[in-house]
Design a protein around this ligand. Structure first.
Ligand code: NAD
Length: 294
């Protein structure tokens, strides 16, 4: 397939490289010129603007930071939608507000263009390995057309509903991860302050009902005070703000998400939002004046 790929950051760059490896022809653009040059060396056609990427393509993929960026590129500033071939499909892999996904889909539909929202989980290592999990929203027939392309970048591609459903699912994922990290941090800190080593608590409970993928990944980082990202707190704040907006539009109660978001904002005020989201532990360390250790 001939694909336009816009947004070559931490995630977009390896995803685009995997599409090239799978034999697709790519036209790429990012504001950051070195990223475009790197993809050109890997075999893509370098473009000087987002609009230039869409010439003669079958699919347009974006991997941008948040809703305002996707709206700016597709319908507000660059207006890529106006230049896309009518037969091309738009697939947004960014994690954005589902309300914005539906707004963009509506504008595209008026032009006769189909859209999928297809955010991912897995982070940079899985983007490099091509083993991301895609949560997709859109029509079944559009999904069927695009599934092989997404499968070149991920090993799980699930259609969750109509447009917006991909990002709703991603927000559910981000809520569960954030609250789970906070629960692990709170419990390990409490355990240590009550006299039991976090290492023993982790070893004893990880195989039981309290155990989780989050606990296995983040408890060792917390005990080692290793907060190298991974997934930065400022990106997680972006996602939880999208949860707040989406939940507000649907009147959905989210007291736990709101609490963890407030904790993350305290860390951001102190300059800690550049760290991995496991640094939620720092919130408890600040309150207690005690540092977690093995
Ligand atoms: P990033 O900041 O590394 O990359 C975003 C890229 O978009 C940058 O290269 C930037 O130059 C480019 N960009 C921004 N505005 C642009 C514009 N108007 N025109 C052209 N290029 C523009 O972000 P990332 O980590 O690659 O994340 C991308 C998306 O994937 C986000 O929504 C993020 O939440 C999500 N995500 C990230 C991870 C992760 O671990 N990093 C994991 C899962 C999902």
């Amino acid at each position: 397939m001939k694909i336009a790929f816009i947004g070559l950051g931490i995630m977009g760059k390896p995803m685009a490289k995997n599409l090239l490896k799978a034999g697709h022809s790519l036209r790429v653009y990012d504001r950051n010129t070195p990223a475009v040059e790197e993809l050109e060396k890997a075999g893509a056609t370098a473009c000087k603007s987002a609009v230039e990427t869409v010439e003669g393509v079958d699919m347009v993929i974006t991997m941008l930071p948040n809703s305002p960026h996707v709206k700016s590129v597709m319908i507000e500033d660059d207006k890529v939608a106006e230049h896309m071939p009518k037969t091309a499909v738009f697939v947004d892999c960014s994690s954005i507000n589902p309300v914005a996904s539906r707004e963009i889909a509506k504008v595209l539909k008026e032009k006769g263009i189909d859209m999928l929202d297809a955010p991912v989980s897995g982070g940079e290592p899985k983007a490099i390995d091509g083993t991301l999990s895609f949560m997709v929203g859109g029509k079944q027939e559009v999904f069927d057309k695009c599934k092989d392309v997404l499968s070149a970048m991920g090993d799980s591609v699930v259609l969750c509903g109509d447009v917006g459903a991909g990002n709703v699912t991603k927000l559910c994922n981000q809520t569960i991860v954030a609250i789970n990290i906070a629960a692990v941090a709170e419990a390990l800190q409490m355990g240590q302050m009550c006299g039991v080593s976090p290492e023993k608590v982790f070893a004893a409970i990880r195989g039981g009902l309290a155990g989780s993928t989050v606990m296995n990944a983040k408890a060792p980082m917390m005990m080692d005070q290793n907060f190298t990202p991974g997934f930065r707190i400022d990106l997680h704040i972006k996602d939880l703000n999208n949860v707040v907006d989406a939940a507000d539009a649907a009147n959905a109660p989210i007291p736990l998400t709101q609490s963890v978001l407030e904790m993350m904002k305290v860390l951001r005020k102190d300059g800690d939002s550049v760290y991995d989201h496991s640094a939620l532990l720092k919130y408890y360390q600040k309150l207690s004046g005690e540092v977690l250790h093995r």
